[in-house]
Design a protein around this ligand. Structure first.
Ligand SMILES: *Cc1c(COP(=O)(O)O)cnc(C)c1O
Length: 440
């Protein structure tokens, strides 16, 4: 038997009866949010006190359960840094943005982000159980006055109903699991009534901040809406407690596939060894590491940023060294709405027309001989190619490979290259007319 997971309660909660402690409503209404509250758990540093007493701070709130996981004697505790503000949070940095992922630009209706062809992100609340200091949506999250109203919610549903290419709806926020149980159930019911919705996903840090919310009743309710997937958000092995293990056990037994989205944070988890311990603990509680994110260029998060190279180094230390199930995909979410871009160490060393040279995780260099008699896949006789759904759009490089388009040009490219007056251009230019992007 592997080591069991532990359970902690800060000293001041020693006398709180179990039934209160295990009640998520008690956890929510006893959250800590001021210097005075937090100082009852551990002494604050100068930097923390200054931040907590400043105005215009992104919302602070921590559940008694989560703050109890912090080592009161360690000002550098990795959980503490995620939820207790520090004065560095007020520092501006180059290329800092309010909406670094340009989500607002991709919103056809308020609270709905349609960035990718077949899936949408639905922001269902601005409220969370506790607030991460590096929140990518700090521009809207935390403000109780900004929460989405009934009319906006109806407009979101209406858009999804009228957009048949959407097959995957991702509920996020804020945190969907802080919604009143009835509201969450109604929302899931409404989505399941839409025939083209194949899967529903929930992005939530509630199992981590407040595992008490994951009651058997909640797991049973969610299991009525399969196929349902859930991504949780654990950044450090210390967050994996007996309570979290119980919550993930309930969700898994209810048939919910669990993934983890981790954010790479300086001074918290920017270490191969910490990441390896994290992914090992995650797979033990049956959570599959899904993404490891490079920290976004968001206001207040400057002191959490690491070089991109750190993420590559972490993947280098995981792939091959441990179970493939335990290795997340490292992602940079491209600023300006570039979307998720996967990065990994280079395993390809060189290639010729018949051979590719590769190295493995140990540095062993090998060759893979290419087939000499490969019969080229013919889209003209392939039923799947012929049936491809044209409304998908956003084909990009796949469109180039498909042969629908020959090139993608940056804006203004033609004007810049008209200098020769045109006499050197290709004779039969029609051959160069793409069907989609760049067709001008
Ligand atoms: C992350 C994200 C998704 C989901 O992306 P996957 O790679 O499918 O997990 C969808 N929409 C938006 C706007 C996102 O940011």
């Amino acid at each position: 038997m592997a080591q069991p997971f532990s359970s902690r309660k800060a000293k001041i909660y020693a006398d709180v009866p179990e039934e209160k402690w295990n009640d998520w409503r008690w956890q929510l209404s006893n959250r800590l949010n001021s210097a005075e509250d937090i100082e009852k758990i551990f002494p604050l540093t100068e930097s923390e006190r200054k931040a907590l007493n400043s105005s215009g701070l992104f919302r602070v709130d921590v559940t008694p359960y989560f703050i109890s996981l912090i080592d009161p004697d360690d000002p550098e505790d990795p959980i503490r840094k995620q939820i207790i503000p520090r004065s560095e949070e007020m520092n501006a940095f180059t290329s800092m943005m309010e909406d670094s992922l340009a989500e607002d630009r991709h919103s056809p209706v308020p609270g709905l982000v349609h960035r990718y062809p077949d899936r949408v992100l639905m922001l269902v609340t601005t409220q969370c159980a506790s607030y991460c200091r590096y929140c990518t949506r700090s521009r809207i999250v935390g403000d109780p006055g900004q929460t989405f109203n009934r009319q906006e919610f109806e407009a979101q549903i209406e858009y999804i109903k009228n957009t048949p290419q959407i097959r995957d709806v991702l509920l996020s926020g804020g945190d969907p699991l802080v919604l009143a149980p009835k509201i969450l159930e109604d929302l899931l019911t409404r989505l399941r009534e839409i025939p083209h919705i194949e899967i529903i996903r929930i992005g939530s840090r509630v199992p981590v901040f407040m595992p008490q919310r994951v009651t058997q009743e909640l797991a049973d309710m969610l299991s009525n809406f399969h196929p349902l997937w859930m991504n949780i958000h654990v950044n450090h092995p210390n967050e994996i407690s007996a309570e979290l293990a119980q919550a993930t056990d309930r969700l898994t037994r209810a048939g919910i596939q669990l993934g983890n989205q981790c954010v790479l944070l300086a001074g918290v988890n920017d270490c191969v060894h910490i990441q390896r311990e994290l992914v090992h603990k995650l797979v033990r509680v049956r959570v599959r590491p899904y993404y490891l994110y490079q920290c976004d260029l968001v206001e207040g998060a400057g002191h959490f940023r690491t070089p991109v190279a750190k993420g590559i180094e972490i993947i280098e230390g995981l792939r091959g060294h441990t179970s493939g199930y335990a290795v997340p995909q490292y992602i940079v979410d491209g600023p300006g709405g570039g979307g998720k871009i996967p990065l990994q160490p280079n395993y390809q060393i060189s290639m010729s027309d018949h051979k590719i040279i590769l190295r493995n995780y140990e540095g062993y260099i090998t060759t893979y001989e290419e087939p000499v008699d490969y019969k080229i896949h013919d889209p003209k006789t392939c039923k799947a190619c012929q049936a491809k759904r044209p409304e998908m759009g956003q084909t990009g490089l796949t469109g180039l490979l498909d042969g629908d388009q020959l090139f993608i040009k940056p804006e203004g490219f033609d004007n810049l290259h008209q200098r020769g007056g045109g006499e050197h251009r290709l004779k039969d230019e029609s051959k160069w007319k793409p069907l989609g992007i760049g067709n001008d």
